[in-house]
Design a protein around this ligand. Structure first.
Ligand code: PLP
Length: 466
């Protein structure tokens, strides 16, 4: 082929494309350099592809640039529909915030706030001042502080009280949570020496007593959030440990993991230890997450004895682990909802989802099934089936909550199932379900915005693979 006829030479120039009316609107919206960069990138891809094919059509180049620029501008952190049946999904950012918390967070984002400033005296204040009284009121603790997450809370407590000293833990409580958080590793990073006591299935009071000595920094009790040891077992209760710790004058720390501020039994869920109970049982410090059952933003609470909290606050590491004003505002607003437990289940999304009745979800399933059937087409069977939701994030690990789902079964088995899951993930607002024996299951427990769900479904293209 001679050079004059080469398709490469017929590619329009960057400048020419920039003068195209559609490109001019793109420049208006996304800027000259972004648009020109994408044009160059698109032309370069075309140049590689053109070695074989030869048709060049300016309109298709413009369309390709348009979709690339739009794709680059779209949010990467996408809101999605969590229909996996795991209510508190760590990969989806755990708790969805209450409207009150969202409003407080927005106000804090938009304005300067009294983060570390006393409005009464005009002097410097502490960011913990905004939640201290509230947390103490809700937990019965003397004092409280807030850090980045519960992992940070545990790290900070260990570093403050057992750096170069021993932290005593039962072998039955050396937990790993989601791979990245392993108690022995956190201890090592905190500078603590792990002193394991007891065995995997049985630990007795004398095991702790025999381990306590000159080098003891603290005793750590860890809530086995994501598993249970069953059968021939023995563990030392927090109350007994509290007595042992007190008798030997060493701090007892209870890492509750999720923790909860109220007895969940009143909502028909199993009992999870409350923070107030852990404080009453004699722990000097209790740590728990803000975004698990509590239902707030990611945060780690440390509550307990005043002098211990003061010691923690003097640790320079605290500064590296502190929370920002946005999450602090969200935490304060979330905690305030607990002053009115009667309305909590309607205001706090995590509880609202967990307490929805099976009848209500079944009714929703019957309402939505025809629309979903319509979207996915006749090659996929759809059935309304009972299923089990789980709480997730290590809270109440063995408990499931009865729910109802739409089970989608495409003709053609495994690959068709994958394609179906893929098509749901490719929706403008991705819908995430789970694979079950019954097929691709959409557990409706956490589906609150039905209108948005139906609107979204209109973009469904069965078998979409891109
Ligand atoms: C979840 C959990 C943690 C870690 O909390 P994050 O808020 O995820 O940092 C620590 N300990 C226990 C027992 C947990 O369940």
């Amino acid at each position: 082929m001679d050079a004059a006829q080469s398709p490469l030479r017929r590619l329009p120039s960057v400048n020419r494309l920039l003068r195209h009316p559609i490109m001019m609107t793109l420049v208006e919206r996304h800027g000259h350099s972004e648009t020109a960069d994408v044009i160059r990138e698109t032309l370069s891809t075309l140049r590689q592809e053109l070695q074989s094919s030869c048709e060049i059509d300016e309109t298709s180049i413009v369309a390709s640039v348009l979709s690339r620029v739009e794709a680059r501008a779209a949010t990467q952190l996408k809101p999605l529909f969590n229909l996996t049946g795991t209510v508190l999904h760590t990969n989806f950012g755990r708790a969805v915030l209450a409207e009150e918390a969202i409003a407080a967070a927005i106000a804090a984002m938009r304005n300067p706030v009294s983060l570390e400033f006393g409005l009464d005296d005009g002097k410097r204040g502490e960011r913990d001042d905004h939640i201290r009284a509230l947390v103490c009121e809700l937990t019965g603790a003397e004092d409280a502080t807030l850090v980045n997450n519960n992992a940070a809370a545990v790290l900070l407590v260990l570093n403050t009280f057992s750096q170069n000293r021993e932290a005593i833990v039962s072998r039955g409580e050396l937990i790993e949570i989601g791979g990245a958080f392993r108690m022995p590793e956190i201890m090592a990073r905190a500078g603590a020496r792990l002193r394991e006591v007891g065995t995997t299935n049985r630990t007795h009071p004398r095991d702790y007593e025999m381990a306590i000595g000159e080098d003891t920094g603290l005793i750590l009790k860890v809530h086995t959030s994501n598993y249970r040891i069953e059968g021939f077992t023995a563990a030392v209760s927090a109350r007994v440990l509290g007595k042992i710790a007190k008798a030997h004058n060493v701090p007892l720390v209870n890492d509750l993991g999720s923790g909860t501020l109220i007895d969940l039994a009143r909502f028909g869920l199993s009992k999870e230890p409350t923070v107030r109970e852990a404080v009453e049982e004699g722990a000097d410090l209790v740590t728990f997450s803000g975004d698990k059952l509590l239902g707030g933003p990611q945060a780690g609470f440390i509550v307990g004895r005043k002098e211990f909290i003061a010691t923690i606050n003097r640790n320079p590491m605290k500064r590296a682990l502190r929370v920002d004003k946005i999450r602090l505002a969200g935490c304060e607003a979330t905690l305030k909802l607990y002053r009115n437990p009667e309305r909590l289940a309607e205001r706090l999304p995590i509880l609202r989802c967990l307490t929805r009745s099976v009848e209500e979800i079944a009714e929703q399933a019957r309402r939505l099934a025809p629309f979903v059937a319509d979207a996915i087409g006749t090659d996929t069977a759809i059935e309304i089936l009972p299923c089990q939701s789980q709480i997730g994030s290590g809270a109440l690990p063995l408990e499931t909550v009865p729910s109802v789902g739409l089970a989608l079964k495409p003709r053609g088995g495994g690959r068709a199932l994958d394609a179906l899951g893929n098509a749901f993930r490719k929706l403008p607002r991705p819908v995430i379900g789970r694979l079950a024996d019954s097929g691709f299951l959409l557990d409706l427990r956490c589906l609150e915005d039905e209108v948005a769900f139906l609107e979204n479904l209109k973009s469904f293209r069965s078998g979409a693979t891109q």
